[in-house]
Design a protein around this ligand. Structure first.
Ligand SMILES: O=C(O)CCC(=O)C(=O)O
Ligand SMILES: [Fe+2]
Length: 284
């Protein structure tokens, strides 16, 4: 790092004052660029100062420490990614929270095959009961679902390998693929996918693979209307389009990740998804 990209303590202090006062990053960037900073170096410096601040804030307030997360794909890179056996398109990307919308992750044939494999096995969707570590049926989730074990069949194996390559996270750290079907009007109210650290059953859950650190929701059909995956805190929604997928990561089990999300009600038709949750460690 040369002198022009090094943050002096005074400058770091100034950046943090601006951020704390609610000024947007552009308002901080401008003066740095005027002082002769390269724009990308200035963006990196602001991010670094903010990250350091958030870390110390987290420590002081007893928040859970942050952990490494899958972090595929930079911003403004190639529009097509080689995922091994398939080329996947990048459709949209948000820096904070980190959200990526992928196009054509699954072929239409793979979507149909997953639906047909799952259909005979669907039950009313349960969520993990954080008190006991077992499954419970939940009011917020008016869908029907089933879960495949990882490596359950050749199709799952192929898709799991593709995802691992795409998001650069080991296959072994993935849970099995979960299939959900939402009928007309069904929804999944906003929630977080990480396990709430305050629940008593947590320790047992974490023994196998640690926390969830990222989610990938793959759309297996295109509902006639509705059924987007919504992130209400940041006003972002990913449209449910057959073969596409939305990825998001969360580096600690805390709402500060801004990864509150839900499946909006299906307005017309039905909606099928396959969800893949990624863990910190091997999920064996
Ligand atoms: O249905 C959706 O779009 C979201 C699904 C979801 O949040 C989940 O499976 O955890
Ligand atoms: Fe979710």
């Amino acid at each position: 790092m040369n002198v022009a990209t090094e943050l002096s303590p005074g400058l770091e202090q100034w950046i943090l004052e601006q951020v704390r006062a609610g000024h947007p990053p552009e308002a901080v960037l401008g003066p740095l660029v005027e002082q002769g900073w390269d724009e990308q170096d200035a963006i990196d410096a602001i991010e670094e100062a903010t990250r350091r601040f958030l870390e110390s804030h987290a420590r002081e307030h007893g928040l859970p420490p942050s952990t490494r997360v899958p972090s595929p794909i930079g911003l403004n890179g190639p529009s097509v990614v080689d995922a091994g056996d398939r080329e996947v398109h990048l459709l949209a990307s948000l820096r904070q929270p980190r959200i990526i919308v992928f196009g054509g992750l699954l072929s239409h044939g793979e979507c149909d095959a997953l639906v047909e494999l799952a259909r005979p096995k669907l039950g009313r969707s349960a969520t993990v009961d954080l008190e006991t570590g077992g499954d419970v049926v939940h009011e917020a989730r008016t869908s029907h679902g089933m879960g495949f074990e990882r490596d359950a069949n050749a199709l799952c194996r192929r898709i799991e390998a593709r995802i691992a390559r795409l998001v650069e996270w080991p296959v072994e750290n993935g849970e099995g693929i979960q299939i959900l079907r939402y009928g007309h009007g069904a929804e999944y109210k906003p929630h977080h996918d990480y396990f709430d650290p305050s629940y008593p059953g947590l320790a047992r859950l974490l023994e196998r693979g640690g926390q969830r650190v990222a989610s990938l929701v793959m759309y297996l059909n295109t509902p006639a209307s509705g059924g987007a995956t919504v992130f209400p805190e940041v006003g972002f929604e990913a449209a449910a389009v057959k073969g596409n997928a939305v990825f998001f990561s969360y580096d600690r089990p805390h709402p500060m990740t801004q990864t509150l999300h839900g499946g909006a009600p299906v307005v017309e038709g039905e909606k099928w998804i396959a969800t893949k949750w990624l863990r910190e460690r091997r999920f064996d």
